[in-house]
Design a protein around this ligand. Structure first.
Ligand code: GLC
Length: 590
């Protein structure tokens, strides 16, 4: 507790610091009202402040013992998500589907697959989530339907039916020859011959996923109506799947061949004529208009594996009229602990010409999990915390993937016959598919890690679940889960972390990534220092340019070796793979 004498002394000393650094005046005042601040109303739309969490519904929680996760399972775990500090969940597709691509092959856009429950279960989940201030974001798959969708059944039935033009049909080049050399993302030709009408249809992904023809206005209308169906049920927006693949060159130019072969044994190819065609933006603008018809700022998130930040920036639209949150695969796929590379990308996207909100993630249902991808095989748990700190302290809307908060690792099948994901079957053994990152959530150390009462869940529970699970980690203050909880709570309580500016520091350092997060008037200043290397590092920060003079930083969350005392910014040592998040303040004379 402050006594009166100490208070007067502090005021005088702060005054001295302030004469050199006037902007710290507001900082002193704000110390007093920190608590008030923390609870002050967030600025801007909710998705700028939110932490989003992806749920792969097959693997989150099984409520009926069939070995597959479901909607009621998700509802039963909403308290966990609320306590973790999650603001919105994006749920991978739960629509009726033959499940060739585990839900990304949809046969009805306005229903729920009975495997996951009913529309009533869905409505209850949305209601229960709302009670906990959690929004629900649907996955939306506009590029293709399932080949079992009634639209495709009609389209393939004859060359003259009204829905023929809803998909991409072309003649072959000659007998047994597809129209051109375009390749499926999942291996081999992107054209499939259909004997009923003696034409080929185009599929960017599996043959069972025919591409819709987005040049047809009826297709657009049907898809926008499907979006409205879910918005009417209270969803907070959509994650739009594979959005850059919506259009193909109408003249069917061959794609350029590149050297070498891919995991499926096909020649490497540049998807020049099937990816990122300019008309994509027209559709995104129309989708944005659809969500804008609804109150509450519904969000559009795009799966945008764009080749560079300039392309990614286009996703925001010229007038903030496309996607609010394009997923940034550049950051996700740095794939090495490189401070310079992260610094370069963070700086670039932070200054994106559209002024758009960055949207970062490291793991999802298509990517090897971050625990493995960024780990060095020895310090993986510490590195998992380092990556968590990066994700949750930069200026961005962070996107987590279920289980990353407990350090779930990728657990690939060991035998081809156990593989579920078809690309693992096509590409085995080089491409083992995506089962490894979709294994059941690890809730506790009981049978099937508390995920399911079934004899055999749809994918095996990783052996690491005995140690890495929610129950065990909740009791351990040093666990990855406890670290995530502290980070998420800090993000909530520190306005600078939530929506402050991002200012990169020590521009050239090869090992240490450091930045300030601060409110414009320096009223809250947070320093983040992340050591990406396996050696302790000493760095020096000079914050004079920011109006902050001789200063130190007090840890809010830091690697245990750093203790609880303030650290001088002129000589700042951070342990191997260390994390420091601290509030910057003026040094008080002893
Ligand atoms: C997206 C999904 C992926 C799916 C593909 C085809 O990339 O994330 O899981 O297989 O689209 O729909």
């Amino acid at each position: 507790m402050w006594n009166r004498a100490k208070f007067i002394f502090a005021i005088v000393t702060i005054g001295l610091c302030l004469s050199a650094n006037p902007s710290l005046a507001q900082q002193a005042a704000s110390q007093v009202s920190k608590a008030e601040h923390a609870h002050s109303k967030a600025q801007g739309p909710w998705w700028k402040q939110a932490v989003i969490y992806e749920i792969y519904p097959r693997s989150f929680q099984d409520s009926n013992g069939d070995g597959v996760g479901d909607i009621n399972g998700i509802t039963s775990r909403l308290d966990y998500l609320r306590d973790l500090g999650i603001d919105a969940i994006w749920i991978s597709p739960m629509y009726p589907s033959p499940l060739v691509d585990f839900g990304y092959d949809i046969s009805d856009y306005t229903a729920i697959d009975p495997l996951y429950g009913t529309l009533a279960d869905f409505d209850r989940m949305v209601r229960e989530a709302k009670k906990r201030n959690i929004r629900v974001i649907m996955d939306f798959v506009p590029n293709h339907t399932s080949d079992q969708h009634p639209w495709f059944a009609e389209s393939r039935s004859s060359r003259t039916v009204p829905k023929r033009d809803w998909y991409i049909w072309r003649d072959g080049k000659g007998p047994g020859q597809p129209p051109n050399n375009w390749q499926s993302w999942f291996g081999h030709s992107a054209w499939k011959f259909d004997p009923t009408t003696n034409q080929y249809y185009y599929h960017h992904f599996y043959t069972e996923q025919p591409d819709l023809n987005w040049r047809n206005p009826q297709v657009r209308k049907a898809m926008y109506d499907a979006m409205r169906f879910w918005l009417d049920r209270g969803v907070a927006g959509f994650r739009i799947d594979a959005v850059s693949r919506l259009f193909e060159d109408p003249d069917l130019h061959d794609d350029p061949i590149l050297p070498g072969k891919n995991a499926y044994g096909d020649p490497n190819i540049a998807h020049k004529y099937t990816d990122n065609l300019p008309e994509v933006h027209e559709v995104l603008r129309e989708m944005r208009k659809v969500v804008n018809e609804y109150p509450g700022n519904p969000v559009l998130i795009s799966e945008a594996d764009e080749p560079n930040i300039a392309e990614l920036t286009k996703m925001y639209g010229g007038k903030d009229d496309e996607v609010q949150l394009p997923m940034d695969f550049q950051i996700a796929d740095v794939n090495k602990r490189s401070a310079p590379e992260f610094r370069r990308l963070l700086n670039e996207i932070d200054k994106n010409a559209a002024g758009g909100q960055p949207h970062y993630f490291f793991s999802n249902h298509d990517q090897v999990r971050q625990w493995d991808r960024y780990g060095d095989g020895v310090h993986n748990d510490q590195i998992a915390k380092l990556m968590a700190a990066l994700l949750l302290t930069t200026r961005a809307t962070p996107l987590m993937y279920y289980g990353e908060e407990i350090g779930m690792r990728t657990t690939d099948p060991v035998r081809k016959e156990d593989v579920q994901d078809p690309i693992g079957k096509i590409g085995w053994p080089e491409e083992k598919g995506r089962d490894g990152e979709r294994t059941p959530m690890q809730w506790d150390a009981s049978k099937n890690a508390g995920f399911s009462a079934a004899q055999r869940p749809w994918l095996p529970v990783p052996p690491s679940s005995t140690e890495y699970n929610v129950k065990a980690e909740s009791k351990d203050p040093n666990s990855i889960l406890s670290f995530y909880k502290r980070l998420l709570a800090l993000r909530q309580s520190e306005p600078a972390l939530r929506d402050g500016l991002y200012l990169p520091l020590i521009g050239e350092d090869p090992y240490v990534l450091a930045y300030l997060r601060k409110k414009p008037n320096n009223s809250d200043v947070i320093l983040v220092v992340l050591n990406m290397s396996a050696e302790p590092r000493t760095v020096k920060f000079d914050l004079a340019a920011e109006g902050i003079g001789d200063s130190s930083a007090k840890p809010l969350i830091a690697s245990p070796e750093m203790g609880h005392d303030s650290t001088l910014l002129s000589h700042f040592t951070i342990p191997e793979f260390g994390v420091f998040i601290g509030s910057v303040h003026c040094v008080l004379a002893p």
